[in-house]
Design a protein around this ligand. Sequence first.
Ligand SMILES: [Ca+2]
Ligand SMILES: [Ca+2]
Length: 568
Amino acid sequence: MRIAVPSDSFCKSFSIRRVACITILLVILICSSVLSNGRYYFGSLHGINNSNQFVAYAAYTKALSSPGGPTVNDPNLRVKIVAKGLQIPTSIAFLGPNDILVLEKNTGDVLRVLNGEILKTPLLHVNVATLFIEWGLLGIAVSKSSNANEPRNVFIYYTESGGTTGVAAGNRLYRYDLTTDNSQLINPKLLLDLPANTPNPLAESNHNGGKVLIGRDSNVYTVIGDVGSHQGQAQNVERGKPLDGTSGILRTTQDGQPVADNPLVSNSGSTTDDTSGKGKAGKEGQKKGEGLSSPFLNDYYAYGIRNSFGIDIDPVTGKLWDTENGPTFGDEINLVNPGFNSGWLQVTGIWKAGPNPGPVIGEDNNNPPKNLVTFGGKGVYRAPEFSWLQPIGPTALKFLNSAQLGVQYQNDMFVGDVNTGSLYHFKLNQQRDGLALTGALADKVANTPQESQQVVFGRGFGTITDLQVGPDGYLYVLTFGGTLYRIVTLYPISNNGNNGKELQSTSNTPSTSYTISNNNIPFSSNNQQPTPNQQHQQKTSNNESSNNNVGVVIGRIIPEHTPSRIIK
Ligand SMILES: [Ca+2]
Ligand SMILES: [Ca+2]
């Protein structure tokens, strides 16, 4: 559902009108919430249009988990429950083996899951704004520490409450100190203060991004979308506002300082200082208006991003990748070089943006998009390495930097989604600057849902909110429904390298199988019922699983092993 947006002149700055606007908005939201049974999160990933071709996969269609539990195609692998009962968890980070920090979107709690048990006392509670479905406690990263006596840094991104319903103080990245007993997060330091409110009071303040990671350069990276349709230079509007902290992958030092080699700032510094529009720092020169001074300029690593729930760094090359969500078409996986411009709001996927897919204008070597903001040639458009024509709502992206699931998966890319409950698996090409795609996907585009099945690795997860690799080398899958899973091998494998001890430990667990009861289905506690469309999708997914005779096991979940030792 997309709320109609009135003209810019409506509800400008008059307080009475603003109150009226917010009241109307609240009524609309409450009505829509009632009608939807509170079903929506990540809902504004896609708007609804009247196109029969796209309406089925568009819009607020959040996958439910399979009643039999999630499954993976590889008969040598199993999905096991690590913990359940979390309330809309959005991100996890490991403190150690079987020691995991979890963010809950709406409670504002940072919880600790120790040996499968959710500890009662949060490490931290923050005041989150939650009116809009993508606001909340969103991203976390934990720094490694070589000195056990020094506190570890924990970086947390959340939409901070503004004290008034409907208004957020900002999307904010904080650094905390983790106490040495891992029980508290203290000494908050604000590193980035980014917009959280739409420029228009009646639009949804969604597309807030929020994933956080620490790069090889020890700097902190985070991603943010267009936050309710901001339209400035960050969104490739040439004469729009200077970079305002939206639609970008932003980077800062762990102390909140700008990183010296910012890709959008020229060596001479002309971009930062030049407000005349006459400066030139690249072969294209500076277009009028570009490079106007922005307090955020030094923080941008990439821009032109509509909405993202996934960033990770290739463990082999050190290069950054992201997932991005299009509106009713054009979801993306991108290789993010320094200065990457993803092309929004002119292009999504490889298609011209609009109510329906426009002509192909987003390929690097075939009619590439024109009139993008380039900041004097320093910002460079790059076509997606993969696009979905019909949206699936890609979320977390993770490279499996481990051989624990077998060398055939080592350093491969995994991606979650909103709309189908699927986990996707991609191998990279030899140069690792693209994906190894064959057949109908050799064109880098899933033109149909059927084509997308080629890269589906697992099903029935419901909406996947995060993917991480644990110290045990296994892939962990966090779901909107409140269950944290991990994917493990059914039997010990001989090709694992450095992580063999953990595998031996797990393999000693009796492989008891059982079927999850309906009471354990994620979402059931929220009284959420699938829409006809969701039922159709789920049925389709199960049928596809049944028809795929490559060892899919439906309804078999192995209880998580609880190790006897605790490693801090
Ligand atoms: Ca793009
Ligand atoms: Ca294709």
